[in-house]
Design a protein around this ligand. Structure first.
Ligand code: IPM
Ligand code: MN
Length: 369
């Protein structure tokens, strides 16, 4: 039986609670003879700052670089509002993305039939929704230099963030989007704001060329990012794969998440380029939701986004597509049975706890395995 090394970085807030439920799923797959997972756990975010004064230590970074995959919970919270900018909790996540060169962030938004009424949108708009947002993750305004606040001669301050993309960065992320579209519904929508941004002009040009020369059979559209945001809440089922830069991807994927009923439902995979020798990609899997400090430690968090992020690890890092399907089906079974954590429960209805939800998913796995 294949064995895989996982680095678990639970982080802050609800991170440790939802990570606890993933461990149950991994243990189950080990017992069921699917694969064994050797896990190591380390600190990231505020938890790492409290222990070591940094958002992630060099030692944890080294383990991350060597792991077969990293599972990440969530970081941040009001407790660390005043820590130095370089050591803020989010810096741990950004360093992981940058140093591991995880340029491709896959954020699928799928509406489970049982949850069609949990969305703030009408059932017919989101029922059956299955879209994939491909977000560029190591470039753009998140990392562009200069990035600074300087004091001008008149004493006023001036803040600068830099939006920057090179041809190569746009080529490799659009290829990821086209490759995914080929095994989905064969349609890519590229999104930028070429009407106001130079980086948008280049983005559109490169996406058009890659589409025409390398993927002539995949349909390609271009939607301005603001209009796409509007279309996402108007008629999201018109999309298959959406590809966009780091900042637009951050915003559009939060919108997409809410279409599915709750931020607590959305997983993500962050992938690097395949290694020239082994073909393996560095990878980190994390829920799209944050650390939700307001509900942390109370057993209220929804572990589904974290568990289905592990499902993405099975699919994209370990070649265990069948096991990944099994996890997705188990989640669908549990939702169909009516179990709801508070975020997806109807007003006034009883909600199950984080651990109850995890246990129910493992029980559903057992029934299906
Ligand atoms: C996300 C988060 C991060 C981001 C934060 C925590 C830095 O919002 O993964 O979407 O902005 O990328
Ligand atoms: Mn975000």
């Amino acid at each position: 039986m294949a064995s895989h090394n996982l680095l678990l970085l639970p982080g802050d807030g609800i991170g440790p609670e939802v990570m606890g439920e993933v461990k149950k799923v991994a243990d189950f797959l080990g017992k069921a003879g699917v694969a064994t997972f050797e896990t190591e756990t380390d600190l990231v975010g505020g938890a790492a700052y409290d222990a070591h004064g940094v958002a992630i230590t060099d030692a944890a970074m080294k383990t991350a670089m060597e792991a077969d995959a990293v599972l990440f919970g969530a970081v941040g919270g009001p407790k660390w509002a005043k820590v130095p900018y370089e050591a803020r909790p989010e810096a741990g996540l950004l360093r992981l993305r940058k140093d591991m060169q995880l340029f491709a962030n896959l954020r699928p938004a799928i509406c489970f039939p049982a949850l069609a009424d949990a969305s703030s949108l009408k059932r017919e708009i989101i029922e059956g929704l299955d879209i994939m947002i491909v977000r560029e993750l190591t470039g753009g305004v998140y990392f562009g230099e200069p990035k600074e606040i300087v004091t001008l001669e008149n004493g006023e301050k001036r803040a600068v963030d830099t939006q920057v993309y090179t041809t190569h960065e746009i080529e490799r992320i659009t290829r990821v989007a086209f490759d995914l579209a080929k095994v989905r519904r064969n349609k890519v929508t590229s999104s930028e704001k070429h009407n106001v941004m130079r980086s948008g002009v280049l983005w559109k040009e490169v996406a058009t060329r890659i589409g025409a020369t390398e993927y002539p059979d995949v349909e390609l559209d271009h939607h301005l990012a603001d209009s796409l945001a509007m279309q996402l809440v108007r008629w999201p089922k018109q999309y298959d794969v959406i590809v966009c830069d780091n900042l637009f991807g951050d915003i559009l994927s939060d919108i997409a998440a809410m279409l599915t009923g709750s931020l607590g439902m959305l997983p993500s995979a962050s992938l690097g380029a395949p290694d020239a020798k082994t073909g393996k990609r560095k990878a980190l899997y994390e829920p799209v939701h944050g650390s939700a400090p307001d509900i942390a430690g109370q057993g209220l968090a929804n572990p589904i986004a974290m568990i289905s992020s592990f499902g993405m690890a099975l699919r994209y890092s370990f070649g265990l597509g069948q096991a990944a399907d099994l996890v997705d089906q188990a989640i669908a079974d549990v939702l169909a049975s009516g179990a709801r954590t508070r975020d997806i429960a109807e007003k006034g209805a009883n909600a199950v706890s984080t651990t109850d939800m995890g246990d129910a998913i493992v029980a559903a796995l057992k029934r299906r395995a």
